[in-house]
Design a binder for this molecule. Structure first.
Ligand SMILES: Cc1cc2nc3c(=O)[nH]c(=O)nc-3n(C[C@H](O)[C@H](O)[C@H](O)COP(=O)(O)OP(=O)(O)OC[C@H]3O[C@@H](n4cnc5c(N)ncnc54)[C@H](O)[C@@H]3O)c2cc1C
Length: 393
């Protein structure tokens, strides 16, 4: 077991860290306050070959292992959580599903859009009546000749309206016969595909969370990524999604590490009772706890990323239990670390003049989006007891 980064991994971290310090940190409040998508950062990341770095070389990428992308995500998130999320979605998420289960044409198209156009594919599972209970989803795709006709509504979809590529979880039907849950690609601009409500979210406001509305939206059958293949289709989609969970955990970790670093610097300078506040043991212990929690989260995330197992087409994505452990632990620990970091600043930390309050709002998301902490604990319990519990009983 070797915990050292390779020279190449060090280079990736240094490159993103420099961009973070020089570009991302200064603009992070702009995306938040204006609800503005960080196109400028995306272009910087694209030029630096950070977007889509896991895409295989045969599709124009670098074929880097998941852990390299995780290092980039964690580093960017210290400065801007929104920008880090875009690195996640251009290396995992819908991309993972397409690379593992899609056709050669789909892989080429999605890779080209990410690498050459900076597209951030969206993955649309959640519906107003189907969140944690995802298999309740009602959006359907009915076969009509060589096409599928999609009807239904998704909500809270990250990048809705911005993303060109959208992987939609649907229930497939052939005549009246249901084939099961699968995934199909729908491009922005497809007739019958519109965007509804934009959520007024607590944090991570630089990426829109929107409704996707499908009304008789007809797409060619070549757009099917994962067919409605009984329970297999849903299982495959969720395998593809494990990478996204580990990536999301790395964003939370990076935000927390960034807040922790700010607190350390501040504590050395801030004085109370004629002493630096870093000399108070109560505060030292809070920071020591945070240091342990950050390192524990990092180990879970790195292990899940490095243990990635083979899916079809040589795609390597994490195991479900390891990605759930990384996400459940990091979601909780990161929120605590950011909150404790803010505490070190007193009232200054509570002000919008400092980035701490934004970081706290941003990091709260990771206990909900991508599957709640409770949903992750259910999956871990499944692995502990080696059985699937029927939650509907
Ligand atoms: C910022 C943000 C971005 C998002 N981006 C996307 C996206 O890009 N694509 C997408 O498809 N979705 C996205 N989501 C949606 C997200 O995945 C869902 O919100 C999440 O899965 C929870 O579903 P829900 O909100 O319907 O909550 P519910 O499922 O209604 O859960 C409500 C509460 O009950 C708990 N609960 C439910 N079932 C159980 C159980 N069996 N055991 C114990 N507790 C349970 C939950 O943990 C939660 O605390 C995003 C959400 C947010 C906040």
């Amino acid at each position: 077991m070797d915990f050292q980064l390779s020279d190449e991994q060090k280079r990736i971290v240094e490159t993103v860290d420099e961009m973070g310090r020089k570009e991302f940190a200064a603009q992070a409040s702009r995306w938040d306050e204006n609800h503005e998508y960080p196109w400028e950062n995306i272009e910087l990341l694209r030029e630096a070959n950070i977007l889509g770095m896991t895409i295989p070389t045969e599709y124009g990428g670098q074929g880097r292992p998941l852990i390299d992308a995780i290092l980039a995500i964690e580093t960017a998130a210290k400065y801007c959580g929104v920008t880090a999320r875009i690195i996640v979605e251009t290396n995992m998420g819908a991309l993972g599903c397409v690379m593992a289960f899609g056709t050669d044409e789909q892989r080429k198209l999605v890779a080209h859009r990410i690498l050459d156009q900076g597209d951030k594919p969206a993955i649309a599972m959640t519906e107003p009546e189907a969140g944690t209970a995802l298999t309740d989803l009602q959006t359907r795709a009915d076969k009509k000749g060589n096409t599928y006709v999609i009807n239904g509504t998704k909500h809270w979809i990250t990048g809705g309206g911005v993303s060109v590529t959208n992987l939609i979880f649907v229930r497939f039907f052939d005549d009246a016969k249901e084939l099961g849950i699968g995934g199909i690609l729908v491009d922005r601009g497809a007739p019958g595909f519109t965007f509804g409500r934009v959520e007024k979210a607590l944090g991570l406001r630089g990426i829109p969370e929107t409704e996707l509305i499908f009304k008789d939206c007809e797409v060619p059958e070549e757009n099917v990524v994962v067919p409605g293949d009984g329970s297999e289709g849903f299982k495959n989609l969720m395998y593809g999604y494990n990478g996204q969970r580990v990536g999301a955990s790395a964003v939370a970790l990076g935000i927390a590490q960034g807040a922790h670093n700010l607190a350390i610097d501040w504590m050395k300078k801030r004085k109370a009772f004629g002493r630096s506040i870093s000399e108070f043991q109560g505060l030292q212990w809070m920071m020591a706890e945070a240091e342990m929690e950050l390192n524990a989260a990092r180990l879970l995330i790195y292990k899940a990323a490095c243990n990635a197992r083979d899916l079809p087409n040589n795609v390597k994505l994490p195991y479900m239990d390891e990605s759930s452990m990384a996400k459940a632990y990091t979601g909780h620990a990161s929120f605590k670390v950011v909150s404790d970091s803010l505490q070190m600043f007193g009232a200054y930390g509570y002000s919008q003049d400092m980035p701490l309050e934004r970081m706290l709002r941003d990091v709260r998301m990771f206990q909900i989006g991508g599957g709640t902490t409770q949903a992750q604990l259910n999956m871990i319990a499944r692995s502990v007891f080696r059985r699937k519990f029927d939650l509907r009983k």
